[in-house]
Write a protein that binds this ligand. Structure first.
Ligand SMILES: [Cu+2]
Length: 170
């Protein structure tokens, strides 16, 4: 007892420190969305590089040609802090992920045909995990209000090939 008593304040101090650090970290942790960027390789993309015009319209569900896409661990999260953990599982292609508000006209993101990409500024991009090399991952944390969003890759032709997903914040 004699040994223990003098140690109590130190133990208490350690607990306050640890608990004090741990609790706010949990309280602040927002939603986490795992985003997997995949494709079937450069050859598959070449073969599917057609009919880009069709794919501008998110209401059509993208090209869905099966050459590339993105997968989300969840497509809906509560409003507040949202962390996107993005992995590029490709063997040979660069991918990236942008977060944009769902196009108000329902006709897709503003597309620039000559670049085969959408206009990120005109689309109101809220943030991105830029150009991930094959096998790499990155993270993006945003504070999002309730609404509908689109997650999309803006490497040339990838959006048109179906590399986007709708995303909802409640
Ligand atoms: Cu991509």
């Amino acid at each position: 007892m004699i040994r223990v008593l003098p140690d109590m304040p130190r133990l208490a101090a350690a607990c306050v420190l640890l608990c004090g650090l741990a609790v706010p970290a949990f309280a602040d942790a927002g939603a986490v969305v795992e985003v997997t960027m995949w494709d079937k390789g450069a050859n598959a993309e070449m073969a599917m590089d057609k009919g880009i015009g069709m794919a501008h319209d998110p209401t059509m569900g993208g090209m869905m040609d099966g050459s590339m896409g993105m997968k989300l661990s969840t497509d809906s999260v509560p409003a507040g802090e949202v962390t996107f953990k993005v992995s590029n599982t490709s063997k040979d292609q660069v991918h990236e992920m942008l977060v944009l508000p769902w196009p108000a006209d329902g006709k897709g993101l503003p597309y620039v045909d000559k670049d085969a990409r959408f206009d990120e500024d005109a689309g109101g991009s809220l943030g991105e995990v830029e150009e991930l090399d094959p096998g790499k991952s990155g993270e993006l944390t945003l504070r999002l209000k309730p609404g509908k969003y689109v997650l999309a890759c803006n490497i040339a032709n990838h959006y048109a090939n179906g590399m986007w997903m709708p995303f909802t914040v409640k």
